[in-house]
Design a protein around this ligand. Structure first.
Ligand code: ADP
Ligand code: MG
Length: 271
């Protein structure tokens, strides 16, 4: 593949925490190229929650990983707090890694099975050489309490908890390094409906309490409508429409957004 023409990027304003500019991600294999993310630009302002919706395979998770710097972009630029992710040294990247954390669809898979609940929450602190063994445990217990896990159960292993409780532990672990950005990729999709609402309420509360900026990814429009200040609709790697949540849901412009909304209307009316 030929390199796209060099382009210059603007410096983001101070209130922009994450800036995604003209980002493309192509996966190449013998079967051919997959353009997973196709020339996407989007900002996340400090304290804002940006929702990303779209059908399976539309590029949501890939975009999340690019924002987190977990995969290199094929072209374009991602900046976090004004620093370009790809231009960082290993040490700078490590420091930045603590400031952005992810919450995944499958909480059990994101926890260390051989560690206790409190051990899982303390682990990022240990990796980043924060505090002493005792202070890390104390902080991890506080975090468990914050997310609604009874510290009495702190020394149980992850598999001894329900899915909802596991997701709470995973959220506590994501908060351990006091991130500025939380990227939630379908955080309730694997949970029972009754538990989903509880986890959403928890995320809403934490976001307010901690002043977090969020990227909130879901194929479930009702979930995104509830949490997001602004929403981007993805389809085949592209953002087809973006706007303030009320405006996008109330007066969608793009045909695909209209179809998505029409498909969930019976559900929304029924709840
Ligand atoms: P979503 O999260 O919206 O379901 P993904 O970002 O997971 O979408 O996937 C977008 C497209 O990129 C899909 O066609 C998927 O098969 C492809 N893709 C994702 N990750 C990889 C990878 N590591 N290697 C090859 N193709 C990938
Ligand atoms: Mg996904």
């Amino acid at each position: 593949m030929s390199e796209p023409a060099k382009r210059t990027f603007s410096d983001p304003p101070a209130d922009v925490l994450v800036r995604v500019e003209a980002v493309t991600k192509i996966f190449s294999s013998r079967a051919g190229d997959t353009v997973a993310v196709d020339n996407v630009s989007i900002d996340v302002r400090t304290g804002e929650t940006v929702g990303i919706v779209g059908e399976s395979g539309s590029g949501k998770s890939t975009l999340a990983r690019l924002i987190m710097g977990l995969q290199p972009v094929t072209s374009g630029r991602v900046t976090f707090a004004g620093q370009e992710l790809t231009a960082l040294t290993g040490k700078e990247q490590r420091a930045l890694r603590g400031k952005m954390q992810m919450v995944f669809q499958n909480p059990y898979g994101s926890l260390l099975p051989h560690y206790t609940a409190v051990g899982n929450v303390a682990e990022p602190l240990r990796l980043h050489n924060r505090g002493t063994r005792e202070s890390r445990r104390a902080k991890a217990l506080e975090l468990l309490e914050l997310v609604g896990v009874n510290p009495r159960f702190a020394d149980l292993s992850p598999r001894q908890f329900s899915g909802g409780q596991q997701q709470r532990i995973a959220i506590a672990r994501a908060l351990a390094l006091e991130p500025e950005l939380l990227v939630c990729d379908e955080p309730t999709s694997s949970l029972d409906v009754s538990i989903q609402a509880q986890i959403l309420t928890l995320l809403e509360d934490l976001r307010g309490q901690l002043g977090l900026s969020c990227v909130f990814i879901s194929h479930n429009l009702a979930v995104v409508e509830r949490l997001a200040d602004r929403v981007a609709v993805m389809r085949t790697g592209k953002i087809v429409e973006e706007g303030p949540t009320e405006q996008l849901f109330g007066d969608p412009q793009d045909d695909y957004t209209k179809d998505l909304l029409a498909a969930v209307l019976p559900v929304r009316a029924g709840t």
